[in-house]
Design a protein around this ligand. Structure first.
Ligand SMILES: NC(=O)c1ccc[n+]([C@@H]2O[C@H](COP(=O)([O-])OP(=O)(O)OC[C@H]3O[C@@H](n4cnc5c(N)ncnc54)[C@H](OP(=O)(O)O)[C@@H]3O)[C@@H](O)[C@H]2O)c1
Length: 160
């Protein structure tokens, strides 16, 4: 199973503001949907609560929370540990598990990630939540395309 982190960030690695996205880019929403549809997504509890419509339709939603009583509707998988989340992702057997944030989840899973699907957004917004720093030498740019002000880049982990 490929573990893929998907995120939109600005040049300072900003990803969030007061529990929400600091921006709204329709093209990025479309990109997110196209990549994740049909595959399980793993979200931190804060990010899950930030979805305008939850669960996100068309893909199994896995929510990471330490609270065993956190209420989720039927069909949503509540996971109390990352290991549980990874196992559930594997059981769903689509070949990919997308980590969809937020900052805590990205930091937790970056060391295990095979791929980063990053959308670079312009340096305009302000906020309070950041994608973790990564070691550039561990990643190579495999693909990129631009759409308006956005740049979509796929980074693959270099084999040592
Ligand atoms: N730009 C982007 O692409 C993007 C994508 C996603 C999110 N975001 C933004 O990121 C922000 C949210 O990020 P965040 O860092 O505050 O929260 P988060 O990572 O979404 O969720 C954190 C929560 O996940 C659970 N958790 C974390 N580590 C865990 C572990 N090891 N074991 C079990 N549970 C664990 C805890 O839930 P409990 O407290 O319930 O135990 C924790 O409070 C929002 O502003 C959101 O809009 C941006």
């Amino acid at each position: 199973m490929k573990l893929i982190l998907i995120a939109a960030l600005n040049p300072h690695r900003l990803i969030g503001r007061q529990g929400r996205l600091p921006w709204h880019y329709t093209a990025d929403m479309r990109h997110f949907r196209q990549h994740t549809l049909g595959h399980p997504i793993l979200a931190g509890r804060n990010t899950y609560e930030s979805f305008p419509k939850r669960p996100l339709p068309g893909r199994p939603n896995l929510v990471l929370s330490r609270d065993p009583a956190y209420p989720v509707p039927e069909g949503v998988y509540l996971c109390q540990t990352l290991v549980e989340g990874l196992e559930q992702g594997r059981r769903l057997a689509t070949g990919k598990l997308f980590v969809v944030g937020g900052a805590q989840l990205y930091a937790l899973t970056l060391p295990l990630a095979d791929e980063l699907l990053l959308t670079w957004v312009p340096d305009q917004a302000e906020g309070d939540t950041y994608f973790p720093a990564w070691r550039e030498e561990e990643w190579e740019e495999a693909e990129s395309r631009s759409e308006g002000p956005l740049r979509f880049v796929t980074y693959c982990r270099r084999t040592p």
